[in-house]
Structure formats: structure tokens, C-alpha cells
Design a protein around this ligand. Structure first.
Ligand SMILES: Cc1cc2nc3c(=O)[nH]c(=O)nc-3n(C[C@H](O)[C@H](O)[C@H](O)COP(=O)(O)O)c2cc1C
Length: 433
């Protein structure tokens, strides 16, 4: 199912809000998307562009699950199994993403949004970048692009990303940036797998798809995506990138970053641009969700029965993880804390809870902390470790941060008061109203 097939599907289910009024790409479309979040929105007319724009398309785990035809609760096993069973997508001779090959490169014709007042420019925020290295093969990940000219963008490349390694090894890389993808491609691009494994194999294992050769660079791109921007990223050509709102909804700093020069643009005939609001729910879901299977795996490998993980939006879908376990030994909570940090190295606070706690309900998690946690016995503190570059409270240069874990599980044997929530009688309230 392509991005547009999914839009059609939700349109049929009355879940898509259409906006027929002409909307500006500068500070207007993003405001509407935020006001309507988490409702998916299709802008039919964007000022100065011939293309439609869709945003808030996958803002919840339920929407990703709907695309993958499973339930939200099945996502962790589904992604874990796809990582184990990756399969390269079939190469097609023709792809819808190449129905139109633009004669000239003019990114001003694209509806690239300016999201927030203090941003450094218009940003491509939903693009997945595909690059091929002679030794490692293809890699696909997200890199936001700030528009700095008709054919130029500065690219945010976080250190140690696989693309950063490719760039440092080769000095410059031919790339294709693909916009307008289904949740299988988006989730795969956001997942860190081993260097040398092509994330498109993961996307294909999540939901079958095909690829097509890009027109001017040696990479394969999702055949059904909406737009492809082909060109070269050069390490030596640098330009300011930022400010831009990051996952924490705070402004990221301005950095000198490599420049992407676009040489060719291809797209579908009536292509729909994919907007992705920075720091909003869709960004959060795509960042946090791929860390849940890795935490789940590490906790189970540590010999603790892990039942579910939520890298929750309240924790920016990056800095917090709530881990549900079936406690069998008194030290299971602490063991799970150490293992969960192994499963997500950028995480700052981990909360371990019992199986009766709803990990998607912040009140329930806080209740577990209030009633089952004792700081002198059940707190794990890991002072000044390397944390996330996204955390505004981390040391700016080294990203050193103090991590801690809260074992909010009840003791196996209660000594004083009971730890269970009492249940009220279940009645049919309609009879009384
Ligand atoms: C919506 C979204 C935007 C992202 N933007 C960037 C970015 O601008 N730069 C970056 O280096 N990583 C960004 N990331 C994170 C990487 O794409 C992600 O961590 C990926 O797994 C790294 O892939 P790798 O393991 O192949 O290096 C973003 C992720 C998401 C979901």
C-alpha cells in the first residue's frame, strides 16, 4: 500500500480532514496541522505550488498499525520479526515516482513548509535519504533538509549515523531523498540496524513493496513514493543549518552542515507532498517506536520477562521508556533498568512497572511510582554518562547526562498494606440515567 493508497483508505473511513481553502506554506499549513493533530489533513491548494500536501498521516501507533494491518499491541513483535527476516524488495522496471521527470531543478515549486516562527528556513522534514557505499551497500535514514537555494539544501547529519560514516569515508555521496512514503518505509528509515544492511529490506519485510533505479544516481528508491530529489551531498561544502524545532519541541542550535545539491527531481503526475510536523506526535511516534523492540529484546535477554514497552510522548518519545515486566525475582526491576538502557542508549529515565499497570496511561504509571517506589532501595542512578544530543539539560558539548531508573514494581511479598487496586462493582450505568 502506497502513501496515497493509505490516504484513500482513511478518506473512505472519514478520518481524513480535507482543506480546500488556499493555504500558505509559510506558518499557515503547519498551524492548521498542529491545531487538528492527530487528525490527518489533506491541503488541496497550497499558495505558489501545484502540489497538494498531506500531514499528520501517521501520528499514532494505531495509524502505523492500521497501515501494517495489525494492532498497536502487535507492533513490537511485528518489527522485531521483520528485522530478523529482512528481504530485498523486487526491482521494477518502472516506478510511479518517476512519472514526471522535471526539466529543471526548482525546489521553490515544491510545497516545502516553513513550520515555526524561529526556524532557519523552509524544511523538508519527511524525506528519507538513500545512499549506496561500495563496501556497505545501501543505507536509508531520515535527514532534515533546510532549503538554501533552488537546488541546494543544508542537511542535518547527526554524528555516527550510518550516513555520516558513508560521508566521512567517501567525502561526498550520491543520494536520493524520497518524500511521500508509507509507514513501512518511514519506520524502517527510523530504525537502526547493522551497518551494511539496507533498511529497504526491512521496509519490504514490514509490508511488501518494490523499488526502481533512480534516474541519475546509483540507488534504488521506493517505486511508489511521491517525490524523489536526486543529487550529491558533499562533506566539504558546508552551510548553516537551523534553528529548527527538534523532537523535544525546543529549538535546536545552528550548525555548519554538509550541503545537498539537487540534480534531478522526479515525481508522480499529481504528486502529494508529505508534511511532517517537527516535534509533533508523528515525529515522536517514528522516533520512539523503533526503540521499543530493542529495549524489549535486551530486557528479555537479561532474564526478565518483558511484556511491553512504551517510549512515551511525554518523554519526547526518546528520553523516557516505560517497561512492563512480569516480576519473578526481587531484583528483576533493577536488572530490567540496566538492560533497558542497553536497548536504548539515548534514554534518560526508565520506569519499570508490573503487569497490572497500563503503560499507555500516564496516571497509571505515576500511580505505580507513588504507591510502589522507594528511592533509597529502588532507584538506579547512572551519573554523567553520554546521553542524547536532543536533551536540553545535557552538557552541550559532550551530551553528558545523569541517567536514572525507577523500579516501580511492588515487592513479591507484601509486608504491610496491600498493593492491589480495589475494584468497584461493575454495573450497567444506563439503567440509572
Ligand atoms: C522524522 C525523523 C526525522 C529525523 N531527522 C534526522 C536528521 O535530521 N538527522 C539525523 O541524523 N537523524 C535524523 N533522524 C534519526 C535517524 O533517521 C534514525 O535514528 C536512523 O535510525 C539512523 O539510521 P542509521 O542507523 O542507519 O544511522 C530522524 C528520525 C525521524 C523519525
Amino acid at each position: 500500500m502506497s502513501f496515497r493508497d493509505y490516504l484513500k483508505k482513511i478518506e473512505g473511513g472519514n478520518k481524513l480532514q480535507k482543506v480546500s481553502k488556499t493555504v500558505s506554506k509559510r506558518l499557515e499549513a503547519s498551524g492548521v496541522l498542529k491545531a487538528l493533530e492527530p487528525k490527518p489533513v489533506l491541503f488541496e491548494k497550497i499558495e505558489g505550488s501545484a502540489f497538494k500536501v498531506a500531514g499528520n498521516v501517521f501520528p499514532t501507533k494505531d495509524s502505523v498499525a492500521e497501515y501494517l494491518e495489525c494492532t498497536a499491541g502487535e507492533l513490537i513483535p511485528r518489527i522485531s520479526s521483520a528485522i530478523k527476516n529482512m528481504k530485498p524488495p523486487e526491482e521494477a522496471s518502472k516506478g510511479a515516482c518517476q512519472e514526471v521527470v522535471e526539466e529543471t531543478v526548482d525546489s521553490d515549486k515544491l510545497p516545502i513548509l516553513f513550520h515555526c516562527e524561529h526556524d532557519g528556513g523552509n524544511y523538508v522534514s519527511s524525506g528519507v535519504m538513500i545512499a549506496r557505499d561500495a563496501d556497505y551497500g545501501q543505507n536509508m535514514d531520515f535527514h532534515r533538509l533546510m532549503q538554501i537555494g533552488k537546488n541546494k539544501f543544508s542537511v542535518r547529519v547527526v554524528k555516527e549515523r550510518h550516513f555520516d560514516k558513508f560521508l566521512k569515508k567517501n567525502g561526498q555521496m550520491d543520494v536520493a531523498v524520497c518524500v511521500g512514503n508509507g509507514a513501512n518505509v518511514l519506520v524502517a528509515a527510523a530504525t537502526s540496524i547493522e551497518l551494511g544492511q539496507d533498511e529497504l529490506g526491512l521496509a519490504n519485510a514490514l509490508k511488501q513493496m518494490s523499488v526502481v533505479k533512480a534516474k541519475s544516481v546509483d540507488v534504488n528508491v521506493p517505486a511508489e513514493c511521491e517525490f524523489v530529489l536526486e543529487g550529491t551531498v558533499a562533506l566539504e561544502e558546508k552551510h548553516a543549518e537551523g534553528p529548527f524545532v527538534d523532537l523535544t519541541e525546543t529549538l535546536d542550535v545552528v550548525r555548519q552542515e554538509p550541503v545537498f545539491t539537487v540534480k534531478k527531481i522526479t515525481h508522480r503526475k499529481d504528486a502529494v507532498w508529505q508534511a511532517l510536523l517537527p516535534g509533533a506526535l508523528e515525529h515522536k511516534v517514528l522516533m520512539g517506536m523503533p526503540r521499543e523492540p530493542t529495549i524489549f529484546k535486551k530486557v528479555n535477554e537479561a532474564g526478565v520477562k518483558c511484556l511491553d514497552v512504551n517510549v512515551n510522548p511525554g518523554g519526547c518519545s526518546w528520553l523516557h521508556a516505560i517497561v512492563k515486566i512480569k516480576k519473578q525475582k526481587e531484583d528483576d526491576g533493577k536488572k530490567a533498568i540496566y538492560a533497558a538502557f542497553e536497548g536504548h542508549k539515548s534514554c534518560k529515565h526508565i520506569f519499570i512497572v508490573d503487569e497490572d499497570i497500563g503503560i499507555y496511561n500516564p496516571l497509571d504509571v505515576e500511580w505505580a511510582m507513588a504507591t510502589r517506589f522507594q528511592a533509597d532501595e529502588k532507584l538506579v542512578v547512572k551519573p554523567r554518562e553520554k546521553g542524547s544530543s536532543l536533551d536540553p539539560s545535557a552538557e552541550p558539548e559532550t551530551h553528558a547526562t545523569t541517567k536514572c531508573g525507577f523500579d516501580c514494581t511492588k515487592p513479591l511479598v507484601a509486608k504491610g498494606k496491600n498493593f492491589e487496586k480495589e475494584q468497584f462493582p461493575k454495573i450497567d450505568v444506563k439503567k440509572y440515567l
